[in-house]
Ligand binder design. Structure first.
Ligand code: NI
Length: 187
């Protein structure tokens, strides 16, 4: 299909809550292809529809690494139905070119979603794997949440954003994550 322009941090529509897909139609299949074409062009691990200006609950992930090849995956109307543990890892986002900062995430997640054929599947991703983190990162995009909202150090994150000519941390969007913090302290 086509490589689309990726919306950058500061674009108001990245903060919108996306709408459910009612039918996995040809139009949705085309959107998924655009997401893959765009994600691979910019070497991303995942890409969510709102990042290319479509506020629908769809994202794609390819969490392959050299040592661990995986199939590209499509998530339509995803729901995170189980989560546990906590990790802190550096993260980035195609809407924040070159900017990376440590964020809190659940270590294990179970997601329920529809695939490109409209079939429901359940997937478990564990041990703070790239897949587990990508599932949470992309899910957030559908809620208008961005990875910097999870940052462990807002001052450090602000410095990084500034260095890459991106807007500063939006203080009212910062997430309070007592559950994750408690898990991290127990480790
Ligand atoms: Ni992202």
């Amino acid at each position: 299909m086509a490589v689309k322009k990726i919306l950058k941090y500061g674009e108001p529509s990245l903060r919108e809550k996306s709408k459910e897909v009612h039918k996995v139609s040809r139009k949705v299949a085309d959107l998924v292809q655009d997401l893959f074409d765009t994600m691979y062009t910019f070497n991303g691990v995942g890409l969510a529809a709102p990042q290319i200006g479509v506020n629908l609950r769809v994202y794609v992930i390819d969490a392959s690494t050299k040592d661990n090849p995986m199939k590209p995956m499509v998530f339509i109307n995803p729901k995170i139905i189980k989560k546990s543990g906590a990790v802190v890892e550096d993260e980035g986002c195609l809407s924040f070119p070159e900017a990376y900062t440590p964020v809190r995430r659940y270590k294990n997640v179970t997601v329920k979603a529809q695939d490109i054929n409209g079939r429901t599947f359940i997937l478990e991703a564990k041990d703070g794997s790239l897949l587990a983190r990508a599932i949470q990162h992309e899910f957030d995009h559908l809620e208008g949440i961005l990875f910097v909202d999870h940052c462990v150090n807002r001052f450090e994150a602000d410095e990084i954003l500034k260095k890459h000519n991106l807007p500063p941390i939006e203080e009212d969007m910062l997430l309070d994550e007592p559950e994750l913090e408690a898990e991290l302290e127990n480790d």
